[in-house]
Design a protein around this ligand. Sequence first.
Ligand code: MLT
Length: 394
Amino acid sequence: MIELNPHYAELKDSYLFRRIGAKTEAYCAAHPGTRLLRMGIGDVSLPLAPAVIRALHEAVDDQADKATFHGYLPECGAPFFREAVADHYRGRGIALTDGEVFVSSGASDELGDILDLFSPSSAALIMEPAYPAYVDASVIAGRRIVRLPAGEGNGFLPAPDDSLDADLVYLCSPNNPTGAVFPRELLGSWVDFANRRGAVILFDAAYEAFIEDPALPRSIFEIDGARTCAVEICSLSKTAGFTGTRLGYTVIPKDLTRGGQSLHAMWTRNRTTKTNGVSYILQRGGAAVFSEEGQRQIRENIAVYKRNAKTLMRVLDSVGVWYTGGRNAPYIWMKCPDGMKSWDFFDLLLNEIQVVGTPGEGFGACGEGYFRFSTFGSPEDTEEAAERVVRVLG
Ligand code: MLT
């Protein structure tokens, strides 16, 4: 009989956001007519920017006409999409060639798929609390995980230490779930660590567009030495509202080699075998995000989410609750009141005020005692949730 992947048995019963969804659905089924306020999963509430919608419509029309129709596109990305992304980086002073950009169907897919580049015997360093897909994808691949706990003491931004025995390093900045952002110098010490060890950093930059502080790096390629040790994984989900549309990109510099092999060449080989790329229509929509008009419009949407963050932060300040995040990231990471456990606090908010958040424990053991609010809801829902939260915490 065929032997199945034994590592599935090592996973938790269900993925964090599935578990939250199931609990929420059960509550709604038992309490019909409830006006539930969802601030759990980081799913956007604003529609795509008009420039993106226009590009999508035009691309649909292209597909209706023999003269403009597109069949297969290059697997690693349409030239116009790769150029739009690379231009965006170059505009921010980061030297990059178009061919170093790979299209993807989103960061979460890519964070798991990219593990194909590394031997299953390589160990992955994961700072916790962490986006649970890093852990689950590594478990499924049978990879050894080195957990590096982060906490209030180091601002949820741990520093490298040569005793850490890892080959792959997941870094997420701005961090999901804590909202912490690596300052330039600390990020530089991770780059030095990776280059010294011959490790590779998987830099998850899905939330870079939320960084307000100009001193903070938005890309790992702003750091000297990153081109020889890092892969950057980005998404248009949160930046431009593509959670339901699905599009992202990955940057692999041609200078990144290990054991004489080019990771860029290996990923090209992988993509040309395992995918036929992403649809022409979506890539046209994605390229429009990087136009001047698209950038202005997505900034307007991000500003709405930032106002939501301010609304929540004001309320937490007024009741004296400790929290972090919210300023350079779309998540607020708060301490549960009275030493409560995070799933107990989840149940309390669901049952008492019908607000859904994300329990910190879902991001790893050191997230226990904390709770995450997403700021991607509508302003009306966020205002109302803030008022309800005061009732519980005030
Ligand atoms: C989150 O809520 O952590 C993210 O939205 C989940 C995701 O991007 O897959």
